[in-house]
Design a protein around this ligand. Structure first.
Ligand code: UTP
Length: 300
């Protein structure tokens, strides 16, 4: 048995170079999908999974993330005076009252593994989640990916890493795992490799941005030397962890949008707009018109 996770770490100290120039001043995690920034979807998923301590690993340029979760006194007063209770609720509810947000600075962007290690003093000796907000996971009407994983971790006592099947030619963009046979949605990981070429990839099961990790990962991260790209890789520490403890791959239920890429962000925007209670009709009409205007020939 593993105790239920209570803490989620959001590493948001990356430079977001793929979205320049937008991310010159706006952190990638603050880019909106319809009406909420990416970070809000990630936080909602962690809170749903039972987390009440949220650790944001940021850098000195990312005030926007901390400001977003801070109380906006002036705006609240204005909305209150104007009787705009719906909007007031929206900004008051970015964090439920039982949840605390802690901000930790990663002084230098030394990699995802290093960012997770920065959260060690807050996380302590408990299992915890790592959530990458640019992987947006949508499980319409069902439990979020992190809830599914937290349930699995609690039941098996193992660390859990979210995976999804990707086309073999894309293995070079992901951490790839080899596993024992899968039972239901889980298989024990036997190997993990960062961004292997398709011809040497052990499978086409790719790691996506959700992890439930045993606290032992911190000691392993402390011993991890810079790997691919000169960065301290979380994958390298996980490769060590699975020689000491069970680590399971988990094929989550839901659709993942890679909002770290332009096309993923556009896809997520379209899918959420088409499903939005107030926008879906006009979004459908607008998309139909745009496609009609382009003409069928142009789409081929
Ligand atoms: P990415 O590989 O997506 O890097 O990081 P990035 O800097 O965010 O974006 P690009 O590739 O330059 O466009 C994966 C996750 O790890 C965090 C990022 O914020 C993102 O959530 N990260 C990465 C850190 O917090 N610190 C780092 O040093 C590196």
């Amino acid at each position: 048995m593993m105790p239920r996770i209570r803490t989620a770490v959001f590493p948001v100290a990356g430079l977001g170079t793929r979205f320049l120039p937008a991310t010159k001043t706006v952190p990638k995690e603050m880019l909106p999908i319809v009406d909420k920034p990416l970070i809000q979807y990630a936080v909602d998923e962690a809170v749903e999974a039972g987390c009440d301590t949220l650790v944001f690993v940021t850098n000195r340029y990312k005030h926007a993330v901390a400001d977003y979760f801070d109380k906006a006194y002036e705006l609240e007063q204005k909305l209150e005076h104007a009787g705009k209770s719906e909007q007031l609720d929206l900004i008051r509810n970015v964090l439920p009252s039982h949840v605390r947000a802690v901000f930790v600075t990663q002084a230098e962007a030394l990699g995802l593994g290093h960012a997770v290690l920065c959260a060690k003093p807050i996380v302590g000796d408990q299992p915890f989640a790592v959530v990458l907000p640019d992987d947006l996971i949508w499980n319409r009407g069902g439990a979020g990916a992190l809830t599914q994983m937290a349930d699995a971790a609690e039941a098996t006592g193992a660390s859990v890493i979210a995976v999804q099947d990707v086309p073999r030619e894309q293995t070079g963009s992901y951490g790839i795992v080899a596993t024992d046979s899968f039972e239901q949605r889980q298989g024990r990981i036997t190997a993990i490799v960062e961004k292997p070429k398709p011809e040497v990839a052990p499978s086409n099961l790719a790691v996506v941005g959700r992890y439930v990790l045993s606290p032992r990962i911190f000691a392993l991260l402390e011993a991890t030397r810079p790997g691919a790209g000169g960065e301290i890789q979380l994958t390298d520490a996980i490769a060590q962890l699975l020689t000491q403890e069970a680590v399971n791959a988990y094929r989550f239920k839901g659709t993942r949008f890679d909002c770290g890429t332009h096309i993923g962000l556009i896809e997520a925007t379209i899918r959420y707009a088409l499903d939005h209670e107030k926008l879906s009709d006009s979004a459908r009409r607008m998309m139909q018109n745009a496609l009609d205007e382009l003409g069928v020939e142009d789409l081929q």
